[in-house]
Design a protein. Structure first.
Length: 78
């Protein structure tokens, strides 16, 4: 794993705001994430994490959405 992008959205705690640095994953997954507004440079606020860690509720570009932890692991943040 590239050291510059070691923290993923999955590892962010509730109440933290992070900036998206890189998206990984296959073409369809990456396109779906980008269609939700999660793009490089976007600010993401982690609102809630479900008790078992899935899903993660976030706020991005002024709206709320929930993503699976598997998807959150493909989003590298700073």
């Amino acid at each position: 794993m590239n050291e510059a992008y070691e923290k993923t959205l999955r590892g962010v705690r509730c109440g933290e705001t992070v900036t998206v640095k890189k998206l990984t994953g296959d073409g369809a997954l990456k396109r779906r994430i980008m269609d939700m507004g999660i793009t490089k440079g976007a600010s993401v606020f982690v609102r809630k994490v479900a008790p078992l860690g899935d899903p993660v509720e976030i706020t991005v570009r002024g709206y709320e959405l929930s993503i699976r932890k598997a998807d959150a692991e493909t989003i590298f943040v700073d």
